[in-house]
Design a binder for this molecule. Structure first.
Ligand code: SAH
Length: 254
């Protein structure tokens, strides 16, 4: 028998996932996040930094769009739903998309437990945008671009998903020695907040690179800010310093 022919459901899935992996998905990244999936809602677990960061980014998003109530939002690379769920609690109609099935299962379970309505879907930003162009008031794509082979393609898909006049948020990590020290040496090796290998320096993105990818779309950047960890209060504060973590707010031209 031709052993390239899939014979089981898992083989069929593997084949379709391999096809998708050509579609701007780094399968190793997805496996890494799937293996950590049970930790998503452990406040002291592998995703502790995202839990500490969440109130700050939620407030930034909420203020930027004059309230979340009733807004149609897609959260691209939603993981276990930390941000997606918090936006739904504020009254937004949220769809979370990710390629890690295990993370989506945890996100669904958690939404059931907290009686929050979020729709979770396994798809890429690019595929989802094909069927849902200009459907959303707000698109959030946080801490995800540094995990994909072609960030510009995700940026274009986020632009496609948002309505004209709508808002897109990105956050990622700058490519500086300080980011290397803090995010890789500090967070992975010294503090052991996140597992070793969570981030790769090569995939960090300079604001100038992100801004030129944004310039190639119909998005216009309205705000760029740093997000800095404050050890005294154990939370993150918005600053002007974009050396390590930073966020961007964009509007789609009408
Ligand atoms: N945005 C979430 C999770 C960030 S972790 C938050 O900030 O809380 C990065 C997430 O991106 C992981 O859940 C991972 O599975 C997802 N991801 C990586 N590559 C992806 C791709 N090509 N398409 C969709 N999701 C992807």
């Amino acid at each position: 028998m031709d052993h390239n022919t899939p014979t089981t459901i898992s083989a069929l899935e593997a084949t379709s996932e391999e096809l998708i992996s050509e579609n701007n998905v780094d399968q190793q990244e997805i496996e890494k996040f799937s293996a950590m999936a049970e930790q998503w809602w452990d406040l002291e677990g592998d995703f502790k930094p995202l839990h500490m960061l969440n109130p700050t980014r939620l407030e930034y998003i909420e203020q930027g769009v004059q309230g979340l109530f009733g807004k149609k939002i897609v959260d691209v690379g939603c993981g276990g739903g930390i941000l997606a769920e918090s936006m739904a609690i504020k009254g937004a109609e949220v769809v979370g998309i990710d390629m890690a099935h295990a993370s989506l299962q945890i996100a669904r379970l958690h939404a059931l437990e907290t009686e929050t309505k979020v729709t979770y879907k396994k798809t890429t930003a690019e595929q989802f945008a094909e069927a849902n162009a200009e459907q959303f008031d707000v698109v959030t794509c946080m801490e995800m671009l540094e995990h994909v082979p072609d960030p510009a393609s995700v940026i274009q898909a986020c632009c496609d998903l948002v309505k004209p006049g709508g808002t897109v948020y990105f956050s990622t990590i700058n490519k500086t020695w300080k980011a290397y020290l803090m995010m890789i040496l500090g967070a992975e090796h010294v503090l052991k907040w996140v597992p070793k290998g969570t981030h790769e320096y090569e995939k960090f993105i300079r604001p100038s690179q992100l801004l030129s990818a944004i310039d190639a779309t119909q998005l216009h950047c309205d705000d760029l800010c740093g997000v800095e960890y404050s050890p005294l209060s154990s939370d993150f504060k918005i600053t002007k310093n974009v050396d390590v973590n930073y966020m961007l707010k964009c509007t789609k031209v009408i």
